[in-house]
Write a protein that binds this ligand. Sequence first.
Ligand code: NAI
Length: 399
Amino acid sequence: MVVQPRIRGFICTTAHPVGCAQHVQQQIDCVLQKGPVKGGPGKVLVIGASTGYGLSSRITAAFGSGAATLGVFFEKSSDGKRTATAGWYNSAAFETAARARGLYARSVNGDAFSDDIKRQVVDIIKKDLGQVDMVVYSLASPRRVHPVTGETFRSTLKPIEGRYTNKSFDFEKNEVTEVSLEQSSEDEVRQTVAVMGGEDWGMWIDLLSAEGLLAPGCLTVAYSYIGPRVTQPIYRQGTIGAAKDHLEATACQLDKKMSAIGGRAFVSVNKALVTQASSAIPFISLYIVLLMKVMKEKQLHEGCIEQVVRLFHERLYGRKRDEIPVDEQGRVRVDDWELREDVQKEVEAMWNAVTTLNANQFGGVDSYNREFLKLFGFGLSAVDYNADVNIEVGIEGVA
Ligand code: NAI
């Protein structure tokens, strides 16, 4: 099949297997170029391993630290007519590359919030790995079925205090628009916290700990975001921010529990980047357009892989567990370059000035679109997009 991008709203419904493989390879090359992670992990469980920050974490652990990796994700394989999802092709490419290097790699495809998938993971760790010394929690999901009560929670992106109106970017129409979001209800906050807060991370760690599967000194990390003033009402002060507060509070509780085995639990605050999850958030995508432009000009730009490489090399590993640098709230920070005063000042000035008429002049829209398409394997230089490709790609080690 000849595979072309098909965009619907903020998602691309097709993915290119060869392009996704090349995108994964670029990330592997980036990790290899940086060299080995000093004192890095050896056996790693990544929950949310197929795209975005989770995929980059898996690649960094495997190719930077020679780690055996077990990845959990929720992706679709191809039915022969439709392509698989990008995360499926990414994981297939990752596993092939990892095995070619002699590294253990297995994946579990299914709902990470469910007891069933957790049990499958426990069984695989017991059988194949014995224990893990790192657990990365990088889920981004719009819904969660609670494993005990059966309630289905949906996450929303709304302000908590009053209605919020600001600029956003409509990528279909190529326009700067004004978007208004209504104040959330208490129930919407509760549901968003249930999906994107820390309860499920805590359930994973409690189960792995009860089964004796966390190695002495094990590290667990989940990803959070703070961001600039302009997105505060919708992000950090909004429903998703309430969930991130809960995730960060969970990190503190888990850190105490992990101390029993000499381990640690952290939240790492990462920078805003184009991923499938972030492209769904109004206002944030326009902010990312401008941020990318400023950070590129200042030669500070990082993608997911550069962020995670810096997290492993300069924050989490190569030092004693109690010497990992954190902010006053105990969070690891790799959003430091994004929040630099000079960067924010320029982004804010551009934010105030940007309109549909001058958006292209700012130049960030094209590069945002390129990054977005790359998530689905499109726009990579060495790929012939007119060639027939096999869309039915299998993942060898998938359960
Ligand atoms: P993403 O959408 O690229 O990746 C989400 C991953 O979760 C995928 O592997 C997907 O298969 C998996 N997943 C979703 N639902 C699942 C389920 N029910 N069961 C199993 N797997 C499931 O997301 P992204 O952006 O990498 O986000 C990961 C984390 O990083 C989130 O907590 C997000 O808030 C955080 N973060 C993201 C930033 C950004 O700008 N993208 C910035 C800072 C933090």
